[in-house]
Design a protein around this ligand. Structure first.
Ligand code: PLP
Length: 388
């Protein structure tokens, strides 16, 4: 069965719910035990306490297991919580972590503050390291964290080469933040990664109205992952899970449109004289294009655009009055967003070369012609602000 079909079916059990198409929402802390036997043998029961799941959350886990090809999935309150639970599942004091230098910024903050405080040392590595990662592996390295393409900068990592280097040692777990591609376009577990992270807040929920994350695991890491979620007390609101499941049903169709429109815009931006370069791995000529073509099945709609040098006032003229591209965090919703930042503020192993601001564009579901018109007006304002 193709993934486009799978997302419409996974986790549904109408026969258990009076024929109703979507699994109902269970609001629960207490779940009653019918007998003393049941009370005393809770290990054998599917549902024991709201914190550990209900038929509603179980349905979403089941759907994500199917899509990720996973032995287990845990649902946590945010994408960032998915990152922290995955890391805490496999690391302990005295361990060493290899973290990709282009990772999502709050992931870095967690490593530099909390993991450090608990005695885990982090080394940041070049996203282009590939098989060269072996040179950084130490005796006490216990995890390698990947994110491809990189947050903000969109470098493609050679996931199979890094997994092979990790697999040369049995005691290293690989973790990948796969939020950009979603399991529709890249399946980390099928490529030998142990833990696959998804910020459900992005494409899968798709409507900029909820926060959730998932971590999906292969069989060898499943027990450690489930224990970490349980012991950390991570629980999620049932209504958010319901909305995430609703988003999942249409994600394949939405993502296809996000990707197609983003390529229209990326091609258009690349021809603009105000643009230094466009960073979009699905665009032929991009440095990551060969790896993207080899490993990924499709493209998401988020990419970067580096402008030529301009002042803050000029950038303000460009960004502030936009009608469709609005400034705001997150992405993956139906509406377009634009942000800017200097990736070097979040890098230590490598340097990001750019003469002007690095913009991140999240291409929404608006018609690309309207998005181009919005950008065209922004460039006119930028040029007007540049004139003496
Ligand atoms: C947004 C994002 C997260 C965090 O997701 P939240 O639900 O906002 O916490 C993690 N990783 C990546 C790559 C993201 O883009």
């Amino acid at each position: 069965m193709k993934d486009e079909t799978l997302v419409t079916l996974a986790g549904r059990h109408p026969e258990k719910h009076a024929g109703v198409v979507s699994p109902p929402v269970y609001h629960a802390s207490t779940i009653l035990f019918p007998t003393l036997d049941a009370f005393e043998n809770q290990k054998d029961l599917e549902f024991t306490y709201g914190l550990h799941g209900t038929p509603g959350t179980k349905a979403f886990e089941e759907a994500m297991n199917a899509l990720e090809g996973a032995a287990a999935t845990v649902i946590v309150p945010s994408g960032l919580a998915a990152v922290t639970v995955a890391l805490l599942a496999v690391l302990k004091a005295g361990d060493h972590l290899l973290m990709v230098d282009s990772t999502y910024e709050p992931t870095r903050v967690f490593c530099d503050k909390i993991l450090k405080r608990f005695g885990v040392e982090t080394t940041y590595y070049d996203p282009l390291a590939g098989a060269g990662i072996s040179l950084l592996i130490r005796d006490n390295t216990r995890a390698i964290f990947l994110e491809s393409p990189g947050s903000r900068t969109f470098e493609m990592q050679d996931v199979p080469a890094i997994v092979a280097a990790a697999r040369a040692r049995r005691d290293i777990a690989t973790i990948m933040d796969n939020t950009w591609a979603t399991p529709l376009y890249f399946k980390p577990l099928a490529h030998g990664v142990d833990l696959s992270i998804q910020a459900i807040s992005k494409y899968i929920s798709g409507h900029s109205d909820l926060l959730l994350g998932t971590v999906s695991s292969n069989a060898r890491t499943a027990e450690r992952l489930k224990a970490a979620r349980r012991d950390l007390g991570m629980s999620v609101g049932p209504d958010d899970v319901y909305l995430a499941m609703r988003g999942l049903r249409t994600v394949a169709t939405r993502l296809k449109q996000h990707g197609e429109s983003s390529l229209v815009l990326a091609r258009w931006l690349r021809e603009r004289p105000e643009v230094e370069r466009v960073c979009h791995p699905a665009l032929p000529g991009d440095p990551g294009h060969a790896i993207w073509t080899r490993d990924f099945k499709g493209t998401a709609g988020v990419f970067a655009c580096v402008l030529k040098a301009c002042s803050r006032e000029q950038l303000k003229a460009f960004l502030e009055p936009m009608t469709l591209f609005k400034m705001g965090w997150s992405w993956g919703g139906f509406e377009s967003l634009i942000t800017h930042g200097d990736p070097n503020e979040q890098r230590t192993a490598t340097r990001w070369e750019a003469s002007g601001p690095t913009l991140r564009l999240q291409v929404g579901l608006e018609h690309p012609d309207d998005l181009i018109a919005d950008l065209e007006q922004a460039f006119s304002r930028l040029n007007a602000a540049k004139r003496p």
